[in-house]
Every structure is written in structure tokens, then in C-alpha cells.
Design a protein around this ligand. Structure first.
Ligand SMILES: Nc1nc2c(c(=O)[nH]1)N[C@H]1C(S)=C(S)[C@@H](COP(=O)(O)OP(=O)(O)OC[C@H]3O[C@@H](n4cnc5c(=O)[nH]c(N)nc54)[C@H](O)[C@@H]3O)O[C@H]1N2
Ligand SMILES: Nc1nc2c(c(=O)[nH]1)N[C@H]1C(S)=C(S)[C@@H](COP(=O)(O)OP(=O)(O)OC[C@H]3O[C@@H](n4cnc5c(=O)[nH]c(N)nc54)[C@H](O)[C@@H]3O)O[C@H]1N2
Ligand code: SF4
Ligand SMILES: [Mo]
Length: 727
């Protein structure tokens, strides 16, 4: 029997003539999917599929992974090193030696003239762990600047800071398998189906097997909220108040896990005292969730045998980001939900290797979660690297979001950007532009030459991307997976690993310090540094081969261990001095820029499934870009009607910082007093955003500020929009 339309030819999937499938790991998000890239007869990547038997994705991939093999030869790749004396003048193609010599001499000139810390390095969450380790060695051991940080300050800094405050150390305690054991899950500010589609698939499978309540806290009706049992459309920036109120109810009704609190935590008395005033009636006035719902959710969560929380940028990107994380940890500690199957505080990480940089890059310290502040750590690394420990600073330098203001105020004169595009990703574009223009020397190291930030650079290093290189990524659940090289770096681009090791030879300490020749050599060093009394980040039981054979291994994985541990803190012993987790009482001060008469809308920003960040990759892949080719803004139809705005009309979005022209998409996903703009487009939402900093993590509050919406000339806007769609 024939079904459906019979007058159409069946869809044929083109035969890509794959000769060989090579194992590697996805380079977009932190889910950590195992991919096989198909190579044709000439060895060119022509196809991709999810690796069967990989514990994370079990054969699945999302749209980004499926088309990832197309990015190697996408438009705008950097092919040769570039140099120029002045910005905005034409670049000259130069040899690698010339580009590196010039950069090294500029670093030295700046350091000699203005001091060692006047040259800063800002890296990423998107290069390989071995590259991070090597960059750390270069930055801390050879160049010796203390102003060395990563774009992860825009992303995971609040999670790191919150974990450290609660548990004494960084490191997500849970894993994806927890979905299969949990009896209740709260997701705070995380839109899994779009941002971590394969983690969402794992959650969905688990819910189909064993129905358990999914509660989503998000001011927007996200895709995840649509699948939830209960959606809490919270007032932006007030998650701390909601969680305080949940704990208020739990403690008042005696639903806490007293035995766990007494055995494994400290600080309950102070916490209980502060929670007194967060009764559901008072809290509801601040966080916008009604008192009955607060009580209902508190009871559901506390009565579940195992309950877990996940969160992403809705928590981290707030002036209460670090506090939000601490409070999620508080909630799980008082209900005894840490380190047990289905009971955990699992931060959903962002970039593919945001974990790798936390672990090994030395960004905020020294490798392996070691601290600059601890003399014994400086000694240990000094000895291991053959550097005088006195060469290391004694406390961490500026975070990324403080490095930029330090350029503005003249303390920092030179900058090296590695795999990050602040012209599009930082709040307040106009300010970022002025800051970059002030630099005496800016070097940009990126896989794509056409990133907006290159416009402000003196030197450009074309880097290899993703599986043009070899090394590891660590995912959200502490799983180390291997990126195998499937193709050569594009044109004359070079791996980041190569660039760092070559650069080391241009600094005096570079002769004394041994820089391994291969990423596998760097991995061996990391392994040696990972062993030690009480170290959770132990990878001594791993090797590149064993990681590939297992399609990823979680840390800790100690020598002799077959597989790593799925969870940490299972014994209730934490990395604090007393071994107890800290319960930290949190008050709430509302310091957000809130809607007012002049700027009546909340501005919320985030992501869509088909694009990744500043679109250097996904903007050039036809099957992804076609879904969102244009900067746009989601708006509630009622508020649009009030302003006389129609679907797909262009409008101007204005804030106290600047303005941006976007196309309106009407949707009921948003409340009437909020607009939402994906941040993927240049000269768009970050021209308008404020990005107040979290006091603990220095992460910007990208998601909370206020704007107004104005009419613009439609023809002019359409013409401008066409011009900016360069690719
Ligand atoms: N397709 C795709 N996937 C990605 C990325 C990408 O660019 N594209 N980027 C990766 C990276 S680096 C990251 S960090 C992650 C980000 O992943 P997510 O954090 O899931 O994504 P976002 O869209 O930034 O923000 C999530 C939600 O936070 C909500 N939110 C805003 N304000 C608040 C608030 O005050 N409280 C609460 N509870 N929620 C709030 C927003 O409404 C939004 O729906 O995604 C990763 N995965
Ligand atoms: N308004 C608003 N702004 C935001 C956010 C938001 O939600 N709202 N989210 C923030 C978050 S969570 C993040 S993570 C940041 C991301 O901000 P960015 O890190 O600035 O954005 P990306 O586009 O990921 O930039 C990474 C760059 O690295 C390059 N690259 C990729 N792979 C390699 C490689 O192997 N080697 C080298 N050398 N280069 C490589 C890419 O081409 C790209 O130019 O944006 C932040 N900005
Ligand atoms: S879910 Fe993340 S890791 Fe998996 S294929 Fe998609 S982008 Fe890659
Ligand atoms: Mo991120």
C-alpha cells in the first residue's frame, strides 16, 4: 500500500562515498558527543555520524555535530599569518617566524616598559586540554603575566566560584546517568533541547522509562519549559530568593535530611536564621512565583527519594550568579542530595572544553586545580616545570572582565586573544571597540580570519580547528574524550599546540622548560600532576588510547582503575579544611537594571539550536544558517500590538548603552514585559546589554537589563540588514 503523496520522488540521501570512518569528539557544546567523521577516497571529510556505543550520545548527534565536518573548509578560514603596524590599515601576509618574532618582541617591549602584567592573555573554552596545559606553561612559566584568563568568565565562572564556596573545590559532582535514578529534577535557566540537545535526549529517555516531575525555572517558555510538568516563570535575577523560600518551607515543615546536614555540612544555624524572612508570601512578591507553587515544589523536591538540580546561564549570567550556584548547592545539601545516584548539583557546562580549561589551563592558578596562593603548589609546579617558583605570582590576577577595563584605564597595553571573539560576545560593544582600539599590540589567534575582533588586531595567527588537531576535551560530567585528528590544518594554519610551543622558544625560560613535542606528551605530564593525596582530578588511569577504546572516561580515574568514577563526594567528604560542605546563608540585594518608564522591557538574551556563539562556524554552514540568517528578537504579541508592531517588522532596540536593529518574531514564549534576542549576531544584542559583574565570579549579567523598542524605517533597515549579512 502507498501512503502519503505519490507524486513526489522519494528523498534520496546522497552517497558520500565514505571510505573510512574516524573517531573524534564534537567541538561545539559541552555534552561531549562521540563522532565518527567519514572520509572519502582522497581522505577528505565528507560526512559525520554519532558513534554507536558511546555512553554519552549512543549514536545520536544534534544538527551542529551532523554538519561539523563542513566547517574545515568554510568561508573565512585563516590561511597565512598576518601583520600590520597600525590597525585599520591593510594586513600583510608574513611567515610564521616573522609573525611570532614580532609578537614576542612586542610582548617583551610592553613588559619591559610597563611591567610584566601589562601584557594580558585571554583564552577560551574551545581548544584541547593539552593545548590549555601548554598555554598555561607558556603564560605562567615563560611570559610570566598574571593577567591571564579565559572567555569562561562569560560562561562558567559562577559555577566554578559557587562549587568552590560550597564544596571547597570545583568539579560537577554528578553525571547524565543521574537522570535514570532521580525522582525529581529542577532545571534553572537551562534550555537543554536547544543548547544541549543530546543531554536533553538522555533526560527525555529517562522520563519515558520512569515518570518523574520536571520543574523548569525560566522567565521564558523555553522548549524545555514546554516539556516540563511545572514551569516557574521567575522574575529575572531572583533565583536566590526562590531557592531561599524553597528551603524555608523545607525546614519549617521538617522535610530536610537532618542526618546528612549533621554529618556532612557546617553553617546550618546561620542559614536557618537568614531563611526565616524568606517565607513564601514575602518571597513571592520578589521572585514572581506564587506562594502555593513555592510550597508545592519545595515538598515535591524534599520528599523525593533522590532529587537533582541542573542549571546553565540563567543562573551563571547574573549579578547573583555565584550566589545562585551556592544556593542550589545549599538546597541539595539540606535535602541530602549530593553524591548519590539521582541526587546532585549538576552544572551544565557550556563550551566543548570549558571543563578542560578549568582543570589544566592555569588560568586562575596553576595546573590541576592548584592555587597560586598556596606556596606548596607554587613549589611543586616550579620543580616540575623547572621554573623558579618565585617567578610565579602569589595570587591570581585579573579576570577577563577586569582585564578589559584595565586596558581602558591604561594598566594593560598588550593583549593576546586565543579562540574568543569579544567584539561580539562581550557586553557593551561600543566600549569593547574603544578598549581594543587603545591597545599598543593585539594578537588574535583564531581558526577564522573574518572574526570581528581581527579588525582591531596588529597580528593574526591562523589556527587549526577542532579535528585538524589531536587531544582531549572534558565534558559536563567530567568525562574526558579524545579528539582524533581527521584532517590536516587548513592551508598554512597551525595547531594551537604548535603555536604555543614555538612561542615558548622566544622567551628566556623557554630553554629551561621542556615543552613536549606532541599532545600525548603533554597528557603524560598532566597525568603525573594529577596524582596525590585527596586529589579528585586524577587522570593517572587514562591514556589517549584507553580514552578512545572506552569512548570517553570520567575523572577521577586512578591508575589501575578500568573506568572512572561516575560521581564525586559519594562519601560526603568535601575538599574544605574540615571535610564538611559549607551551607552559606545568602541575603538578596536587587541591583539589576529593571524595566522603567523610559526602558519598559526586560532584555533577555541567549541562544538558538542552529547557531553556535558568534557564528564563525555555524553562520557559514548552509543547513544551519538558513534557519536563523538574520538578527531577530522574540516579542509578546500583545505588547507588540500596543506599540503597533507587526510580525517580521524591523525595530530598533535601545538601552542606556546603545541600539540595535532587529527583526521581530512574535511569540507567546515571552511575558509582556520582556524581549529575547539570540546573541549570535554581531552588532546586535551586545550593543545594548549592560553586563553588571557578579562580585564573586566577575561574570557579566548578560540576561538582565532594560530596553525600549522603537519604530524604524523598514526599507532602510532591510537594506542595512542585507549589507551586514556578509556570509
Ligand atoms: N545551539 C547552541 N548550543 C550551545 C551554545 C550555542 O551557542 N548554541 N553555547 C554553549 C554554551 S558556551 C553555553 S554557556 C550553553 C548555554 O546554555 P543555556 O544556558 O541553556 O542557554 P541560554 O539561552 O544562554 O540561557 C538559558 C535560559 O536562561 C534563561 N534566563 C534568563 N534570565 C534568567 C533568570 O534570571 N533566571 C533563570 N532561572 N533563567 C533565566 C533564559 O530565558 C534562557 O532560556 O549552551 C551551549 N550550547
Ligand atoms: N548577550 C550575551 N552575550 C553572551 C552570552 C549570552 O548568553 N548573551 N553568552 C556568553 C557565553 S556563555 C560565552 S561562552 C561567550 C562566547 O564568546 P566567544 O568565545 O567570544 O565566542 P565564540 O564565537 O565561541 O568564539 C570562539 C572563537 O574561537 C574560534 N575557534 C574555534 N575553534 C578554535 C580552535 O581550535 N583554535 C582557535 N585558535 N580558534 C578556534 C572561533 O572561530 C571563534 O572565533 O559569549 C558570551 N556572550
Ligand atoms: S549535543 Fe553538543 S556535543 Fe552533541 S553533537 Fe550537538 S553540539 Fe555536539
Ligand atoms: Mo558559554
Amino acid at each position: 500500500m502507498l501512503f502519503g503523496r505519490t507524486d513526489r520522488k522519494p528523498i534520496r540521501i546522497a552517497d558520500k562515498k565514505v571510505k573510512e570512518w574516524k573517531y573524534t569528539t564534537c567541538g561545539y557544546c559541552s555534552t561531549g558527543c562521540s563522532i565518527q567523521v567519514g572520509l572519502n577516497e582522497e581522505g577528505r571529510p565528507v560526512s559525520a555520524r554519532g558513534a554507536a556505543g558511546a555512553d554519552v550520545n549512543r549514536g545520536k548527534l544534534c544538527i551542529k555535530g551532523i554538519f561539523e565536518h563542513e566547517l574545515f573548509e568554510a568561508a573565512g578560514r585563516g590561511s597565512e599569518p598576518l601583520l600590520r603596524d597600525k590597525i585599520h590599515e591593510p594586513y600583510q601576509e608574513v611567515s610564521w617566524d616573522s609573525a611570532m618574532d614580532k609578537t614576542a618582541s612586542e610582548i617583551k617591549r610592553i613588559q619591559e616598559t610597563y611591567g610584566r602584567d601589562a601584557f594580558a592573555i585571554v583564552s577560551t573554552g574551545q581548544i584541547l586540554t593539552e593545548e590549555f596545559y601548554t598555554l598555561g606553561k607558556l603564560a605562567r612559566g615563560c611570559i610570566g603575566t598574571n593577567n591571564y584568563d579565559g572567555n569562561t568568565t562569560l560562561c562558567m565562572a559562577s559555577a566554578v566560584s559557587g562549587y568552590k564556596r560550597s564544596f571547597g573545590s570545583d568539579g560537577p559532582p554528578g553525571c547524565y546517568e543521574d537522570f535514570e535514578h532521580t525522582d525529581c529534577l529542577i532545571a534553572f535557566g537551562s534550555n537543554l533541547p536547544e543548547q544541549h540537545p543530546v543531554i536533553y535526549w538522555r533526560l527525555k529517555e529517562a522520563r519515558e522509562q520512569r515518570k518523574f516531575p520536571l520543574i523548569v525555572v525560566d522567565p521564558r517558555v523555553t522548549m524545555l519549559a514546554q516539556f516540563a510538568d511545572i514551569h516557574l516563570p521567575i522574575t529575572p535575577g531572583t533565583d536566590v530568593v526562590l531557592i531561599n523560600s524553597l528551603m524555608h518551607v523545607i525546614l519549617k515543615e521538617g522535610l530536610e535530611d537532618r542526618a546528612y546536614i549533621e554529618a556532612h555540612t557546617q553553617g546550618i544555624d546561620e542559614l536557618e536564621k537568614v531563611l526565616e524572612k524568606f517565607d513564601p508570601v514575602s518571597a513571592s512578591k520578589v521572585c514572581g512565583i506564587d506562594e502555593d507553587t513555592i510550597r508545592n515544589v519545595a515538598r515535591l523536591y524534599a520528599k523525593a527519594d533522590a532529587a537533582m538540580s541542573i542549571w546553565t546561564m540563567g543562573i551563571n549570567q547574573s549579578t547573583h550568579g555565584s550566589d545562585g550556584v551556592v544556593n542550589i548547592n545549599n538546597l541539595n545539601l539540606v535535602t541530602g542530595n549530593i553524591g548519590k545516584p539521582g541526587g546532585t548539583s549538576l552544572s551544565i557546562t557550556g563550551q566543548c572544553n570549558a571543563m578542560g580549561t578549568r582543570e589544566w589551563s592555569s588560568c586562575s592558578g596553576l595546573p590541576g586545580y592548584r592555587l597560586l596562593e598556596k606556596p606548596e603548589h607554587r613549589e611543586e609546579i616550579g620543580k616540575f616545570w623547572n621554573v623558579d617558583p618565585e617567578f610565579f605570582p602569589k595570587k591570581r590576577g585579573l579576570a577577563q572582565t577586569d582585564i578589559f577595563p584595565a586596558i581602558e584605564s591604561g594598566q594593560i597595553k598588550g593583549l593576546w586573544l586565543v579562540a574568543t571573539n569579544p567584539m561580539t560576545s562581550m557586553p557593551n560593544t561600543a566600549r569593547t571597540r574603544k578598549i581594543l582600539e587603545k591597545l599598543e599590540f593585539l594578537v588574535v589567534q583564531d581558526a577564522y580570519q573574518d572574526v570581528e575582533t581581527t579588525e582591531y588586531a596588529h597580528c593574526f595567527f591562523p589556527a587549526g580547528v577542532w579535528a585538524e588537531k589531536e587531544g582531549c576535551f572534558t565534558n559536563t560530567e567530567r568525562r574526558v574524550n579524545i579528539v582524533r585528528q581527521v584532517t590536516e590544518p587548513y592551508a598554512n594554519s597551525k595547531s594551537d599546540f604548535w603555536i604555543f610551543t614555538q612561542m615558548s622558544k622566544r622567551f628566556p625560560n623557554g630553554d629551561k622548560i621542556d615543552f613536549p613535542d606532541t599532545p600525548a606528551g603533554a597528557f603524560e605530564e598532566m597525568k603525573q600532576l594529577s596524582v596525590g593525596e585527596g586529589r579528585t582530578l586524577d587522570i593517572s588511569g587514562m591514556s589517549h588510547e584507553k580514552i578512545e577504546a572506552n569512548k570517553g572516561l570520567q575523572w577521577p580515574c586512578r591508575e589501575g582503575q578500568d573506568k572512572g568514577d561516575q560521581r564525586i563526594y559519594t562519601d560526603g567528604i568535601f575538599q574544605t579544611e574540615s571535610g564538611r560542605a559549607n551551607l552559606i546563608a545568602l541575603d538578596f540585594i536587587d541591583n539589576n537594571e529593571t524595566p522603567c518608564e523610559q526602558y519598559p522591557f526586560w532584555l533577555n538574551s541567549g541562544r538558538v539550536v542552529e547557531h553556535f556563539h558568534t557564528r564563525t562556524r555555524t553562520g557559514k554552514i548552509g543547513n544551519q544558517n538558513k534557519y536563523s540568517p538574520t538578527p531577530y528578537m522574540e516579542m509578546n504579541p500583545d505588547s507588540a500590538a500596543e506599540l503597533g508592531i507587526k510580525h517580521q517588522q524591523y525595530v530598533r532596540l535601545a538601552s542606556r548603552r546603545g541600539d540595535a536593529v532587529v527583526m521581530v518574531q512574535l511569540t507567546q514564549r515571552l511575558p509582556r514585559n520582556m524581549v529575547f534576542v539570540p546573541f549570535h549576531f554581531h552588532d546586535c544584542v551586545n550593543r545594548v546589554s549592560l553586563g553588571l559583574l557578579d562580585p564573586h565570579s566577575r561574570q557579566p549579567a548578560f540576561k538582565q537589563c532594560s530596553v525600549r523598542v522603537e519604530h524604524v524605517d523598514q526599507d532602510e533597515a532591510a537594506r542595512m540588514n542585507k549589507l551586514r549579512r556578509a556570509f
